[in-house]
Structure formats: C-alpha cells, structure tokens
Write a protein that binds this ligand. Structure first.
Ligand code: SF4
Length: 347
C-alpha cells in the first residue's frame, strides 16, 4: 500500500466532491482558515448515529435555529428537548445530549474541550463522537471509525476476518492512514467515500478515487466485504396500545425515565411480551374498547406488533393532549394514533 498516494488521491477527491452539509466547513474555506463550530459538529454527530443524513438534517437545522449555542441548549427544559427529538429515535441519545450540553455550559464555560480525552470525559460522549469532534472541529489527528469506515477498510485491505471480531484490526488499519496534516478533512473524506462511493451494496468502484489501492477491487469481490458473523434473528414482541379520547383530546402517559423511549410521552400500553396479551393489561380506563387494527414497528433489538384499541372516556393519571400535540410522539405511538384516529396525514 502506497499510503501517501492514497491520502493524496482521497483528499484531492474530497476537495472537489465534498458533500455540502449544514454542519460542515467546505474544504476550500477550511484551507482559508475557517474552523468548524464544535457545537454543530457534536450535535450533527450525535444526530447521525443510527440516522441518515436526509432524516437528521431538518432536525439539525431546527435545533440550531432554536438553540444556536451549546449554552442555549443547556438551558432547555427536558420535556421540550424530548419533544424536539421525537422522530429521531434512540431517545437515550437525547438525554445524553442534554447532559453533555449542561456539562459543557456548567464546567467549561460553554466551550467544548479541544482534545479527544477532554471530549471523551463529557457525559454521553463515546469514543467515536470524541474522535469525530476532535478531528473535524479541532484538527486533531484522531482516528474516526464508524461502520462506514470499517467497511472501506475491510475492502481496501480485503480483510477476511468477520465483523464484529475484526473491529480492532479495522480500526488499527484506519489509524495508520490518518493524515496528520489535514486530519479533519481526512475524517470527512473517508465518511464521504463510505456514504457516496463505497456503499454497502454495489460500491461505485469505477468512480472511486482510491480503487488502484483497493485489494478487494483487484480481486473483483468487493461486494462481499465486510465479512460478517451470522446474526441471530430479531425477536418479536407483542402488546396493546390504547387510544382513549375525550372530546378532541387523547390520553397520553409519561414513560419511566429508564428503559426504551424513557422520559417520553406516549400512548398507554400493555407490557411488551413474547406472546400476544390475553387481557386488557395496562388499559388507562375501563371503557368500551374497540379494535382499530395492528401496527408493526422495528426497534434495534426486537420487532413489535401492537394491537391498537380505541375508546372514548375519562381517565385518571394521564396527560390529555390535543390532536396537534400528537405530532411530537415517538414514531411507534404516532403510527398507532394515526390508525385509531383514522388520520393518516393529519398528525
Ligand atoms: S474500489 Fe470499490 S470497494 Fe474499493 S474502496 Fe473504492 S469503492 Fe470501495
């Protein structure tokens, strides 16, 4: 592997083809001395974990309009933040986001630490996010490795060991390639290569700036990398979601802080178990429940089938919410509410 040539080719490609992203400083501006705002880099990286760029972008724009600095974000009420996050999923990230913003505001005067170690010490900031912010915002030679970069490394070096055991090796290979002169651009160039050219299925090798250095391409079996250990099938759970209406309002409950969708407002539900429920466990009231149908939702660790029941009536210990307010519900509850209220587009 001619590493200097590979670096030169990838960075030259990035200079010409970098994606325009609202949190990114373009390479020409960066070369002219413009620095990325660590708050925007951090926020984008947290949002992009498990979320695509097109899905995260409107959230990023909305957040930075409402809360232009990390101190503004630190002052937000928990409930407002959770409502603004609704639809992005993985709600533990929103809680970590707030904990981190408050730590930066309280302990660092609203200024992010400028080293990987300092960033890593913030609450909720993992190794990947610390490396990404250190590289992109502060031009530290950090090794920024996510699933995209692992895939690129596995192909460049035709690594036969399957994931996840091969992770340390792939990380070490990526570490050897980091460009010490332009580490922020290097990290983003690799991200762009993985996202736009070296895609999971059907990589566009004829447009790849480093194909002459790619071992898998030379063999012609690049689509087969990375090798993976076979995954166990995702288990299925079952439950009931209750849509209780009183006039124009719907009964919601605040979910416990710990656990899935913790701290979010949601529809009352039964427990989610491996067999379909046989009674009205978790119903918010004794009412004339009618079946509206079923919805399916896929979480990271299981698939969920929810039977949706609806009724009119009053209940204690619920939060009555207007129909418009339902738009801030996590997607699984939004699906159930849409089905029960027969408003596929209104919410
Ligand atoms: S040549 Fe193809 S497989 Fe190899 S790095 Fe480029 S896009 Fe990926």
């Amino acid at each position: 592997m001619n590493t200097p040539d590979l670096r030169h080719r990838l960075l030259t490609w990035y200079d010409a083809a970098a994606r325009d992203l609202p949190w990114r400083v373009r390479p020409a501006d960066h070369a002219a001395g413009v620095r990325a705002d660590p708050y925007r880099v951090w926020l984008s990286e947290v949002m992009l974990q498990q979320t695509t760029v097109p899905h995260a972008t409107p959230y990023f724009l909305g957040f930075t309009r409402r809360w232009p600095t990390v101190t503004d974000l630190a002052n937000v009420e928990d409930g407002d933040l959770m409502a603004a996050w609704a639809g992005l999923g993985y709600y533990a990230r929103a809680r970590n986001l707030l904990a981190c913003a408050r730590a930066v505001a309280r302990d660092h005067g609203g200024v992010f630490p400028d080293t990987e170690e300092g960033l890593r010490a913030l609450p909720g900031v993992g190794a990947y996010t610390a490396a990404a912010v250190a590289a992109i915002a502060f031009d530290r030679p950090a090794n920024v490795v996510d699933g995209n970069v692992e895939r690129v490394m596995s192909r460049l070096f035709a690594i036969e060991d399957p994931l996840p055991d091969s992770k340390p090796r792939l990380k070490a290979l990526a570490g050897d390639l980091v460009d010490a002169h332009r580490p922020g651009d290097w990290a983003q160039a690799l991200m762009d290569l993985g996202a736009t050219i070296c895609k999971p299925k059907s990589p566009l090798c004829d447009r790849c700036p480093v194909s002459m250095h790619c071992a898998a391409f030379a063999r012609g079996d690049q689509d087969t990398f990375p090798r993976k250990t076979k995954k166990a099938a995702r288990p299925r759970r079952f439950g009931i979601a209750y849509v209780l209406t009183l006039g124009d309002e719907v009964a919601l409950v605040r979910r416990p802080d710990k656990g899935l969708l913790g701290g979010m407002l949601g529809l009352p539900t039964s427990d989610w178990t491996s067999a379909p429920p046989t009674d009205l466990q978790g119903a918010p009231a004794a009412a004339a429940w009618r079946e509206a149908g079923e919805i399916e939702h896929v979480f990271t660790h299981f698939s969920l089938t929810l039977t949706v029941l609806k009724a009119e009536g009053d209940a204690d210990d619920v939060v009555w919410t207007s129909m418009e307010g339902l738009g801030a519900l996590p997607s699984v509850f939004l699906k159930a509410a849409r089905l029960a209220l027969e408003t596929p587009r209104l919410l």
